[in-house]
Write a protein that binds this ligand. Sequence first.
Ligand SMILES: Nc1ncnc2c1ncn2[C@@H]1O[C@H](COP(=O)(O)OP(=O)(O)O)[C@@H](O)[C@H]1O
Ligand SMILES: [Mg+2]
Length: 373
Amino acid sequence: MIKLEKVTKVYADGTKAVDEMSFEVDQGELCVFLGPSGCGKTTTMKMINRLIPITGGNIYIDGVDNTKINASELRRNIGYAIQEIGLFTHMTVGQNIETVPVLKGWSKSRRRERAEELLELVRMKPSEFIDKYPNELSGGQRQRVGVARALGTDPPILLMDEPFGAIDPINRVELQSEFLKIQQKIKKTIIFVTHDIYEAIKMGDRIALMKDGKLVQYDTPANLLYRPKDEFVEGFVGADRALKGLQLLRVKEVMTGTYATAKMGEKTEVVRERMEKEGIDWLPVVDNSGRFTGGVSISDLTGGRAKTVKDVITPSEAKSDINAVLNEALSLMLSSGLKTLPIVVEDNRLAGILTFDAIQETLHEAVKTGGTK
Ligand SMILES: Nc1ncnc2c1ncn2[C@@H]1O[C@H](COP(=O)(O)OP(=O)(O)O)[C@@H](O)[C@H]1O
Ligand SMILES: [Mg+2]
C-alpha cells in the first residue's frame, strides 16, 4: 500500500533529516513512527503526501510512484490529521468536516450526510455539534472533529502527526481507545506519529523506530519490547518492558470465560457451597438475563441470617470491558482493591472474570517467549 525505498531528505541548510529509509506498510495496517524529537518522523510523513519534496529514493502508493501523482489529487486521497493545524476557527464543525468533500465537488446534501455520518463515527451527536464552532468544544472533541475531517471523503490512507499530543493524559487514553475502535470499523492504512512509547505500543500494528533519520527497527510492538535489536531500542523501550507489555494485551485474551456465578434469588448456603467447591472467595452476581449486578464475598455468607444473595450482594461498579487494554483493567483492580474483576460485554452482560494471577502468568510467559501479537 505504502512503500518507501531508500527515502532520503536533505533540507536546504544541509540537514540530513531522513537517511535511506526503506519499509512497507500493508493495507489496513496502522504503522506508528516512533522516535525522539528531531529523528525525522514528521519529515518522513510529509514526503508521503508530498508536503515536503523528496531528495532521494522513492515512495510508492499502491505501486505508483507518488511523484507521478498530481499533488492536490494525492492530498485529497490521503487524509491528514495533525495537532498543530487544528480546525478552521471561523467555520462550524460541519463546514470543517466538509472541507475536502467541497474540494471534490460533492453536492450539499451528500456533504451534510457525510458530515453527520462521521460525527456519529467519532461519537459526537450530529444534531448537537454540527453547527457549533471549534471554540465551543473541548480539546478532546476538537481532536475528534479533526479525525472526522481527515476522513472526509473516505480516503484509503490516513496520516496522523501526534494527533493526541495536546490532550491531557486521561482523555488521551480514552481517545486512543476510541480511535482503535474506529479503525476496526474503517480499516484504513494509517501512519501515526508519536514520540510516546506507550501510545506506540497501544496503537501500532507495526512500529518504525527511528533515530537520527534512520530506521532502527521495524517490527510488531511485541518484538520491539521483547526482542529489541540493539542497545538503542532496549534503552528506548526501557527496563519496565514487562509492564509495557500490559498494553499489548486485551482483557479478552487473559480473562477466564467460564466462571461460576451467583443469581440474585439463590440461597446463600448454596452459593457458599459453590464457592468452597471451586476454592474461591468471591462470585459475580448476575440477574436472570445474565447482566452483571454486583458481587458476593464468602465472608458475607458465613454465619449470617441472610437467606438469599440479594440480601448480601455488594453492588459494584468496578468492571471492565472485554475489549479494554490490560493495563487499564489492572489499574482498575489496583484502585478498587478487587483481585477479581468482572468483565462485561454490551448491555452489561457478564462475559468472564480477570484475575491478578492470570495477568501475572501471561506477562511472565510473554517475557519468556518473546510475546505474541
Ligand atoms: N524546514 C527545515 N529546514 C531544516 N531542517 C529542518 C526543517 N524541518 C525539520 N528540520 C530538521 O530535520 C530533522 C528532522 O525533523 P522532523 O522530521 O521534524 O523530526 P520529528 O518529527 O521526528 O521531531 C531535525 O533535525 C529538524 O531540526
Ligand atoms: Mg514531528
